[in-house]
Design a protein around this ligand. Sequence first.
Ligand code: PLP
Length: 382
Amino acid sequence: MYNDIVNFIHKLYRTEEFVPLHAPLFIGNEKKYLDECIDTTFVSSVGKFVDRFEEEIAAYTGAKKAVVCVSGTNALHMAMLLADIKREDEVLTQALTFIATCNAISYIGACPVFIDVDKDTLGLSPKAIEQWLEKNAELKNGTCYNKNSGRRVRACIPMHTFGHPVKIDELVDICKDWHIELIEDAAESIGSFYKGQHTGTFGKVGVISFNGNKTITTGGGGILLFQDEELGRLAKHLTTQAKVPHRWAFVHDHIGYNYRMPNINAALGCAQLENLERYVEDKRETADIYKKFFATISDVTFFTEPKNCRSNYWLNVIIMKDKKAQQDFLEYTNDNGVMTRPVWELMPRLKMFERCETDGLVNTEWLADRIVNIPSSVRLER
Ligand SMILES: *Cc1c(COP(=O)(O)O)cnc(C)c1O
């Protein structure tokens, strides 16, 4: 049976060679824009592509302002700073995420608290958040505290796993009730919409990544999304060394960061963005082909987008029968020219986070034993 799956994937990607999980694709103006950077010498921190990329991402996502960063990870770090998260604050998030989410929390000196995910979104569960808060938290003078640890519960960071939107409107309401800041790790979900609104535009700040393995890439890079323009302007200031604008004087008014995306990366991003809708359409078509195929395979379920969503299907997911099947399948496919991957090792299983509080993580652990990511590159012109 695993042999049928391997053959199917080779045929899908029209190759007998190794099929990677997600390869970037350059079929537009990438070279033209990069040439322009080199010809004009604007390769670094000054140049028109940075502003253009920010404006175009803001227009595409519906954010009031977008601010580019060198990576999604430092965009997340900046988001934590802007949400005024402090040392020893607690941040509610998923155990089922890429480590960047928790690294950013750690840069601040804050502590993640790991809450369960929903099986139908693979992302943070509003019900589980509500249950944890009702059991463990209290509001004192408008601030949410963990009754057990005594720490302030400052923020909640859901992640739109593999591009599938979480039930973000419910999380918005819960965070409002409990006076908790909402930051969206939308690193994987460019092109994914929840009830017609782009992921990353529901919370105080949203973060998208343009790393090489994401749906579109700038080589390396990330962007912050804001509905509050004032906060967006502050982000721009802090990510550019907090330099007070002046023709020659170097004066700074904050501890700043050199987090600004260089112009060459933004140039790549502008070219990639021109093809984003084609990429997402292609990825959705691939998902549909997978869905039909896996309907014929017993004991394997293809994961489909949650209700009320348009997902970008960044990485396609199948759910295996049990952990044994998962391990066998990973071994067979990786031995036979098809790259597959389990979900990231759950955060509380890593030594840096093993002492962090969790809510038991029932669905999270069930999913971690069964999820396999299968090849998901855009198939256009390959
Ligand atoms: C890719 C990713 C990031 C950001 O990664 P960078 O490589 O720093 O751009 C953050 N969170 C999640 C969940 C990711 O998948």
